[in-house]
Design a protein around this ligand. Sequence first.
Ligand code: SOE
Length: 383
Amino acid sequence: MSSPRRIGVAILGYAFMGKSHSHAFKSMPHFFYPPPAIPELVVIYGRTEEKVREAAENYGFKKHVTDWRKAVNDPEVEVVDNCLPNNMHMEPTLEAIEKGKNVLCEKPLARNSGEAKILRDAARKARVKTMVAFNYRFVPAVQLARNIVQSGMLGRIYHFRARYLQDWLVDPNAPLTWRLRKEDAGSGPLGDLGSHIIDLGRFIVGEFKSVMGVVKTFIGERPLPGNPAKKDRVTVDDAFEAVVELENGAIGTLEASRFATGRKNYNNFEVNGEKGSIEFNLERLNELRVYLKEWERGSIGGWNTVLVTEKTHPYIKAYWPPGHIIGWEHTFINEVYHFIKAVVQDEGIAPLGATFEDGYRNNVIMDAILKSAEDGKKVTIEF
Ligand code: SOE
């Protein structure tokens, strides 16, 4: 038997996402057997020598570098996984594409639609595979939700209602990290959390037609990290609300906040159609709540909870027997499997993976929400 193909991976960034992505690359062949290729953790990039060395040891990378260009240009590397802050999505991603590397880039694709367009255009011209890491597309229950909506089981769709809530900024003394600076992040929870629910709306229900938004910054100044005596301005939103219209006639609401006291990572959506509804909540990611009107005719009625762990459910065969639940980290393992398979077998990233076109459209919708909030008017989406 020939030995399996190996594929060299560079990860840029060792923090939260670097940790979850490196775990996913390592674990993918353990579950998806035979794997499309065995990822090799070649090199990890970080700005601080000591920290990136420690991350390399901990996650199992052969090398570590403090210059991202060395990681991107490493001849052993075929896949560049950009897990850096939003202001570092453009340059390394463009360089990687130019050097013929396949790129998985963290969400949101860019700080704004102007940057995202440049990345989208580069990806269009390139022969490499490019994907935006919208990992919640790879929750089995989310793909089941999409299959239910797209099969027509719910009939005409009336509503998409989504909220992504966290509370880590409720303390007014929480430091002013890069996530609170427009030049680094682009926007606040709109780009960080709203980008996920916008993507889920497009993935499950369809394209956006118009938006009407409100954004709010509750606490205007915060202490600087490492120098709490000094404060500086918060230049992004702390929360947003939006009313949206979809191309298929559905309407919906979107909401994201870092001030939803008690909510740690509450990513929840509901779809209402003429024949039924579905509801998903990330805190119970193995479950999809389903209501079908036809159940009213029998003796069942009401909402039912489907445990999405059957062999017939997306990705479940790779894991455990039915009834054995999976976790948040598995969304990244499924995502990496999809990406590596597309690279090795020359398959499309769409429709399950988010392309750079999806990433660009996501940024356009977010810019429209900001514009609408600024002008106090409904904005029609133009891609
Ligand atoms: C923010 O706290 C964050 O880590 C996001 O950046 C991720 O995309 C989300 O999945 C969890 O929350």
